[in-house]
Ligand binder design. Structure first.
Ligand code: ATP
Ligand code: MG
Length: 137
């Protein structure tokens, strides 16, 4: 069934938000299919964000993702891609609703704590990038 690749970015890990964030997805009812702490190689961050390659913030974005360990997760369930985006909140944390992860924990778009796939197709694509042949439960 549908999968979303969700990633706690280095600021979220460093600030000790891992438990709270995982808990929100568990309580919502989605199923955890993959989980690891990971120091991202630059080539992996570049592949993940390749659609943003022409953006002025792309080099800083890749540097941010590689600046410390991330928590890589795959969550599964009906409607998980759109629902995860709702739990996460708007890209710019100042526009994210309170009660969302970014709305509760962030201020800056360049340090917005968490990633979630934007389509089921990208859920599959990103899961392959980050988990590859490791396989999921
Ligand atoms: P993500 O893909 O990380 O879940 P998103 O889908 O909400 O975020 P995208 O448009 O895909 O937003 O941008 C990817 C990431 O690039 C953002 O989460 C943010 O970290 C960074 N980013 C986006 N816009 C800007 C900007 N204007 N300045 C700096 N960083 C930005
Ligand atoms: Mg995105």
């Amino acid at each position: 069934s549908e999968m979303s690749y969700v990633m706690i970015k280095p600021d979220g890990v460093q600030r000790g938000l891992v438990g709270d964030i995982i808990s929100r997805f568990e309580r919502k009812g989605f199923q955890l299919k993959g989980l690891k702490l990971y120091q991202t190689p630059q080539a992996v961050a570049e592949e993940h964000y390749k659609d943003l390659k022409e953006k002025p913030f792309y080099p800083a974005l890749v540097g941010y993702i590689c600046s410390g360990p991330v928590v890589c997760m795959v969550w599964e369930g009906k409607g998980v891609v759109a629902s995860a985006r709702k739990l996460i909140g708007a890209t710019n944390p100042l526009a994210s609703e309170p009660g969302t992860i970014r709305g509760d924990f962030a201020i800056e778009v360049g340090r917005n704590v968490i990633h979630g796939s934007d389509s089921p197709e990208n859920g599959e694509r990103e899961t392959a990038i980050w988990f590859g042949s490791e396989g999921l439960v």
